[in-house]
Design a protein around this ligand. Structure first.
Ligand SMILES: [Zn+2]
Length: 266
């Protein structure tokens, strides 16, 4: 059988969109991919993500975080309990995330402030546990440049060594600023439709590039409502095309990048 090295570094297999057929989605992914990282976005989702990974060892990997849009649902005491939960499950996770800022969905200054506080708290956890961070940074408009800049400053201030900017929507100049600091950038399968993402893929250092789907969101397939991890292959095809390298070469590179970021050899 052909050895497959394709990796989806960010999706949400625990989400309700897979409630009916989760196992068959994962079995389908196993035929085309080598590894999938599913990201827990809040406490109950975190439990679900760990359960899935336990059933699919060495294929489904987990990062645990607190998505900015969920922050307001939890009291400080609940967040503390979640923090303890993450420490207890340290050996079952490969990163912290997704965590970050979201000015598209969160407009009120007070709420924005709390989101930032929680984000910084999770960066401390990542530093303490020596885990890489998966960043969600979304601005009020377009390229999200300000939110990305703010996130970059936060991880530098918090002395975070390893991080990936998931679903990067910024311009090539911002990508190079991030790469100069040694961080990674992940591009989704929707790169198919994005000129800016193609430019980023073309110009950034290939040793800091990763690929993802953000499934069930962001399907690259027209009229397909629900995205699946195996669609990450569209990102590989597009990136190989703009870099003028073979998909095989790109697979090997991304496999190395994945290990460099998460410390997991696949
Ligand atoms: Zn996500």
């Amino acid at each position: 059988m052909e050895v497959v090295h394709i990796i989806d570094i960010h999706c949400h297999l625990s989400f309700k969109q897979y409630a009916e057929d989760r196992e068959s989605v994962i079995e389908g992914a196993k035929k085309e991919l080598r590894a999938v990282v599913t990201s827990g976005v809040e406490p109950s989702d975190a439990k679900e993500a760990l359960k899935i990974a336990r059933n699919h060892k060495d294929f489904v990997f987990v990062t645990l975080g607190m998505h900015p849009i969920h922050v307001e649902e939890f009291s400080s005491a609940e967040l503390e309990r979640y923090e303890e939960f993450i420490y207890e499950h340290r050996r079952e996770i490969i990163g912290i995330g997704e965590v970050g800022l979201d000015y598209h969905w969160i407009k009120e200054p007070l709420k924005q402030r709390r989101v930032k506080e929680v984000f910084l708290r999770f960066l401390e956890i990542a530093r303490d546990l020596r885990l890489p961070v998966v960043l969600h940074l979304r601005g009020a408009t377009g390229s999200s440049a300000e939110a990305i800049e703010e996130g970059l400053k936060a991880i530098e201030d918090e002395d975070i060594q390893k991080a990936v900017f998931h679903c990067f929507t910024g311009k090539p100049a911002l990508a190079s600023e991030i790469c100069d600091e040694g961080y990674f950038i992940s591009l989704p399968a929707t790169i198919k439709r994005s000129k800016t993402m193609k430019n980023v893929a073309k110009r950034m250092p290939i040793s800091q590039l990763l690929t993802e789907t953000d499934a069930p969101y962001l399907s690259p397939v027209e009229n397909q409502e629900r995205n699946v991890p195996q669609n990450v292959k569209f990102a590989y095809e597009e990136i190989a095309k703009v870099r003028k390298i073979s998909v095989e070469e790109l697979k090997e590179q991304i496999r190395k990048n994945f290990s460099a970021l998460f410390g997991v050899v696949v």
